[in-house]
Design a protein around this ligand. Structure first.
Ligand SMILES: Cc1ncc(COP(=O)(O)O)c(C=O)c1O
Length: 422
């Protein structure tokens, strides 16, 4: 039963009261706070998770299309990954110097991704994207990073402008519009001799906007600017990695980056990220100090090796693509039959949903709230994620819930609902 204050039950509400006392609140945790989706729309606290389902603090189970915002690649609690983690966790997590597993993981990554010769293992996507920019600057002796409007690249203050509470920007990151080859050319002409790197995601996945793939002429312009300015091309594959192409999203785009940033799904929810580079940038990387006491924790690295193995052996990419196609077909049909006009975009593994004629996104938020009440989490602000654990039965159950939620959402023939109380 949904309470007047939202979806959380008594345990969830008690946790919010405690959270509001000891956390700073606001946007500090961005989308990792359920409030990012609107007050009381999604359950605030997740106590457990298995496969493609999560359980909230009050013991309610939900089919989940958030997937921890990407890390849940193979299914929560994947047995092979957890066994590998636990076997290593019986030994001390962090000790002196390098561990053999660090080298094993760097080798596995360099072998897996064509065109890369070295890797740096860290914990978060934010760290490795920032490191990539440092390598580009160190290598070129220039400071400017060309990036794209609204693209999220982690919480580093320099890369974060445009977020709800922008950090200080020192002007060394210049953002140009996505898919605008002419604007990119113009920016590169104006900044001639200044550009250290071009930083991009494989897709434009701006919250509350349709997902946009990179147009071929835009990819060609990126290549041309890279060649002309001798800039380092950095693909931030933290979000899209493993969900656009098993060998890196650049394989879907048709270019070879100089630096590849990985994270999120790389250890199926354990804390591992990585930066890969080629021999031409080894000197640049050598010139940088990038270290942290807990980067060398071994159990997450074992989890990462097991994730890579299971991803390949279990055909995870194919499984999540199939699940995503089934979801899309079912949702389109349900929307049509319930009188909704929707905009469903993005790759099958990471779709985005918007409703037509939805000022303030009130239909979208209503849909998400109604789906959550019935046991499925479809994030109303961010793109969704599929995992290899979303099997046909889970998708069909989710579609039943989505249909009921669509029926409970005012359709085009009715005016948009009032915005929810904040
Ligand atoms: C494209 C992209 N880059 C970098 C990051 C930052 O990764 P992390 O949250 O692991 O620091 C994110 C996180 O959402 C992301 O989507």
């Amino acid at each position: 039963m949904v309470t007047p204050s939202g979806i959380d039950g008594s345990e969830g509400r008690a946790l919010w009261a405690r959270a509001d006392r000891v956390l700073p609140g606001g946007g500090i945790y961005l989308s990792r706070s359920a409030r990012f989706a609107g007050e009381g729309v999604l359950p605030g606290f997740i106590a457990d998770a298995r496969g493609c389902r999560v359980t909230d603090a009050d013991g309610r189970s939900y089919l989940d299309f958030v997937c921890a915002n990407g890390p849940n690649l193979l299914g929560y609690g994947h047995p092979g990954v957890e066994q590998a983690f636990l076997a290593q966790a019986s030994k001390p997590a962090s000790t002196n110097f390098f561990s053999p597993v660090l080298i094993e993981l760097a080798e596995a990554l360099v072998d897996r991704y064509d065109g890369f010769d070295w890797g740096v293992v860290a914990k978060t996507g934010s760290e490795v994207v920032t490191l990539a920019c440092r390598v580009a600057r160190q290598e070129t002796g220039r400071s400017l990073i060309l990036a794209f409007e609204s693209a999220y690249h982690g919480s580093d203050a320099e890369l974060a402008p445009g977020l709800p509470s922008p950090g200080p920007a020192d002007g060394r990151v210049l953002r140009v519009p996505w898919n605008d080859a002419a604007a990119l050319e113009r920016a590169s002409n104006e900044q001639e001799g200044e550009i250290a790197g071009i930083l991009l995601n494989a897709l434009d996945q701006t919250p509350l906007r349709p997902t946009r793939f990179a147009a071929p002429e835009f990819v060609a312009a990126i290549e041309a600017v890279r060649r002309r300015s001798d800039a380092v091309l950095i693909l931030d594959d933290v979000r899209q990695g493993f969900r656009m192409h098993p060998e890196g999203s650049h394989r879907a785009l048709g270019f070879q980056p100089d630096l590849l940033c990985l994270g999120k799904g790389l250890a199926n929810g354990h804390s591992v990220s990585a930066l890969l580079g080629h021999d031409g940038l080894r000197e640049g990387a050598r010139g940088i100090v990038f270290t942290s006491s807990l980067h060398f924790e071994q159990p997450p690295m074992r989890a990462s090796l097991a994730t890579l193995k299971a991803y390949d052996e279990e055909g995870a990419f194919q499984a999540m693509t199939r699940a995503g196609r089934r979801l899309e077909a079912g949702l389109r049909k349900a929307a049509e039959e319930t009188g909704h006009v929707i905009d469903y975009s993005g790759p099958p593994t990471m779709p985005s949903l918007l409703f037509e004629n939805d000022p303030g996104h009130t239909r979208l938020v209503t849909f998400a709230r109604e789906a959550a009440r019935r046991g499925a989490i479809f994030h109303p602000v961010l793109n969704w994620f599929l995992s290899a654990a979303h099997d046909d039965a889970a998708i069909d159950e989710s579609l039943e819930i989505a249909r009921a939620a669509l029926e409970a959402t005012p359709s085009l023939s009715t005016p948009p609902p009032e915005p929810p109380p904040s």
